[in-house]
Design a protein around this ligand. Structure first.
Ligand code: ZN
Length: 147
């Protein structure tokens, strides 16, 4: 399980929602009232209000139960908003190819800090150091969050 924090919101969570696949929990997010409809993280049918007996969580906390490659793809397809390139299209599930796309995209946009972080992620992913990959992606995502 990996921890992510996808908002810079100072509030405690009032709501939680989650996504399951074949009965297994994929992720669970905690949010305040204002952030309960974050795109990519909004599953209205599973949204419920936290009750006072539950331990407090900061808004934006995610318990992510996906595999390292799946978390990596969720970062690329989520906040990185990386498309694929017409001259060399890559399958959605090809994490190495998608990572190369992300690096090319960040370089093209002259986002040097992001490109450097993606280069580090590429080296770690090649070594299958998934915990470090996920931690570095979470840290990079946090630095880039809108206030
Ligand atoms: Zn919030």
């Amino acid at each position: 399980m990996h921890l992510r924090h996808i908002t810079n919101c100072p509030n405690d969570a009032e709501y939680t929602t989650h996504r399951r696949r074949k009965g297994a929990l994929i992720w669970q997010i905690y949010t305040c009232r204002q952030h309960r409809r974050l795109s990519d993280w909004y599953v209205p049918s599973n949204l419920r209000r936290l009750d006072s007996s539950e331990p407090p969580h900061p808004c934006g906390l995610v318990y992510d139960h996906r595999s390292g490659p799946d978390v990596l793809l969720s970062h690329i397809n989520g906040w990185m908003a990386v498309g694929t390139w017409a001259d060399a299209p890559v399958a959605d599930t090809d994490w190495a190819g998608r990572l190369r796309d992300a690096h090319r995209f960040a370089t093209y946009l002259r986002q040097e800090e992001l490109a450097a972080a993606i280069a580090d992620v590429m080296r770690l992913a090649d070594a299958e150091a998934w915990n470090q990959v996920v931690a570095l992606l979470a840290e990079t995502e946090n630095r880039r969050l809108p206030r």
